[in-house]
Design a protein around this ligand. Structure first.
Ligand code: SF4
Length: 346
């Protein structure tokens, strides 16, 4: 392994931060040698997460009807995408989806609502549903993603049994104004901090493929690091017709792998999850993505379909990895095995 690559892997194994120059170097790795990068960085994933893969399932509990103008989103007020639009789902429907998520092996159920943020009435309705899901499926971790939170709402969610709150930074501070004008980058960071201070496990990640530069990728990675999230979902843009970013196809499978390698190095011992766009952008290289990330979504995304859960389970098993069970901890308090820094194997 070349010196600079060994150095970044060693730093991550010792949970020492990468410099900006090192982060940019990872993103500039030659595309034709990306397998070498994946092989080296996969040691970090293996060290902290062993062979485990955490499965998450997503339920779009409120779709469309959003007054915000996020360029990438099919549910925004400026999107003309032909998506389903509906208000908060009832408890029975969420319970049905929760049952399917358990069948597929999901450990976490992510309940996602469109909109700037919930009204107090919506939080009340949501928490009733959560209590019922928790009663029937106590082993499922519930993650809520309801947008910007107002005073007291995070506490109500925590009290109802919500485990985590997702709110992505999505982009660098510099680039954020180019993808959304109805709320700010600071609004997003504030909500993650509010969720965290109410005792919810913070989940915050990013979306790539929107025209960002390498500097933007590094900026958002480092900004997320400052938020100290417990899980970091990495999305790759699905350029949905009817959205302003429709037709934007700048990502290659190699670029996606380099971004995942960077996030594994920046977050060596934190859950890194491949989220939307996995099938579209990693294509036949999806298994390599799992050598870097330790979590994926199974089933469909918000308004687009994912591949069948069975296919994901086969991929995990073909890689010699195993689905993390409900009782297992995702955050590694103890390391998965011992480390030798004299090169890598496998
Ligand atoms: S990302 Fe969320 S806030 Fe932005 S338009 Fe979509 S649903 Fe609305």
């Amino acid at each position: 392994m070349e010196g600079a690559l060994l150095e970044v892997v060693e730093q991550a194994l010792e949970v020492r931060p990468l410099s900006r120059e090192q982060a940019l170097w990872v993103l500039s790795y030659p595309e034709e040698r990306v397998a070498e990068l994946v092989g080296a960085v996969s040691r970090v994933r293996r060290e902290f997460f062993g062979a485990r893969v955490k499965l998450n399932a997503l339920v779009n509990i409120k779709s469309g009807l959003c007054p915000e103008d996020c360029n990438y989103c099919s549910q925004s007020k400026i999107s003309t995408a032909g998506i389903q639009k509906y208000p908060y789902l009832g408890t029975d429907e969420v319970l049905e989806r929760a049952a399917k998520a358990r069948e597929a092996g999901a450990k976490r159920l992510c309940l996602v609502a469109s909109g700037r943020g919930p009204t107090n009435g919506e939080v009340g309705r949501f928490t009733e549903t959560v209590r019922e899901v928790r009663r029937r499926y106590p082993e499922l971790e519930i993650c809520a993603c309801l947008g910007l939170l107002k005073d007291g709402q995070a506490g109500e969610l925590k009290e109802a049994g919500v485990h985590a709150y997702n709110h992505n930074l999505n982009a660098s501070e510099r680039f954020y104004g180019e993808i959304c004008s109805t709320h700010t980058y600071e609004d997003r960071g504030r909500t993650v901090n509010e969720a965290k201070s109410s005792g919810l496990s913070p989940c915050s990640g990013a979306l790539f493929g929107m025209g960002e530069t390498d500097d933007d990728v590094v900026d958002v990675a480092f900004a997320l690091k400052e938020l100290r999230p417990d899980s970091v979902p990495i999305n790759f843009l699905i350029p949905i017709p009817g959205t302003p970013l429709s037709g934007k196809t700048e990502l290659t499978p190699q670029r996606c792998l380099k971004i995942l390698a960077l996030f594994r190095l920046v977050f060596p011992d934190v859950e890194v999850r491949i989220a939307g766009g996995r099938e579209v952008h990693l294509r036949s290289l999806q298994p390599l993505g799992l050598l870097l990330a330790n979590a994926i979504f199974v089933g469909d995304y918000l308004t687009t379909e994912g591949q069948a859960a069975q296919k994901d389970l086969e991929m995990i098993s073909d890689l010699g990895l195993v689905v993390e069970s409900a009782g297992e901890r995702t955050l590694p308090r103890e390391r998965a095995g011992s480390v030798t820094l004299k090169g890598y194997s496998g």
